[in-house]
Design a protein around this ligand. Structure first.
Ligand code: F6R
Ligand code: ZN
Length: 192
């Protein structure tokens, strides 16, 4: 059998990136413009098309036994009154969990169950040092509520896979907006 060799990756706190970069995926507003509520704000911001987030995937075989891991960085900012966020997904193998470890910044982790029953919702705070557990059967999205980048490590089973289409089409049942200067969870009026 061919042995996979041990490897290190580093988080460069000064330059806010992973070294080596691995497989870097960037998401600009135009990659997810329909996911935000305030379409007037979207149109205005699209003139510059800011980067919302990026994530650095360590190159690991997508196979059982391995642990995929990556570092995600969500830039601070809002689209209208909605904070910058990831697209969100659930795992193709729904029964696979994930650990998030926050290394910088502050934000929220939104989760929505993906069983056959009615979807349920949970939210957890994220701040430097938070170790969050995303159990099996929960879609997950992260949101930056702070003034600096929100950076976290994600670790999940090699075979998990990702499904985006459903959340791209339906959204999450809740939104996180700034209200009276505070992050506030509200019902998503457009949730289908
Ligand atoms: C992997 C995982 C994270 C996200 C990353 C970007 O299973 O949960 O590494 O992939 O934070 O978010 P999405 O994938 O929703 O664009
Ligand atoms: Zn995940």
């Amino acid at each position: 059998m061919e042995l996979f060799r041990p490897i290190n990756s580093y988080y460069d706190f000064e330059n806010i990136k992973m070294v080596p970069e691995g497989d870097l995926i960037t998401r600009n507003l135009s990659d997810m413009d329909w996911m935000y509520q305030d379409q007037e704000a979207v149109q205005e911001l699209l003139k510059e098309d800011p980067q919302i987030y990026r994530y650095y995937n360590v190159d690991i075989p997508e196979e059982e036994g391995h642990l995929q891991h990556c570092i995600s960085i969500i830039n601070p900012g809002k689209v209208g009154n909605e904070y910058n966020m990831t697209k969100g997904h659930f795992h193709e193998i729904k029964g696979t969990a994930e650990i998030y470890y926050t290394i910088q910044g502050e934000g929220m982790l939104f989760m929505q169950s993906v069983t056959d029953g009615e979807p349920e919702f949970e939210a957890l705070e994220m701040k430097k040092g938070t170790l969050s557990y995303v159990p099996p059967y929960w879609a997950h999205r992260t949101i930056n509520t702070g003034e600096e980048p929100l950076a976290f490590i994600g670790i999940y089973p090699g075979e998990a896979g990702h499904v985006y289409g459903e959340i791209e089409a339906k959204g999450f049942m809740k939104l996180l907006i700034e209200k009276d200067g505070e992050p506030t969870i509200i019902d998503n009026p457009n949730y289908k």
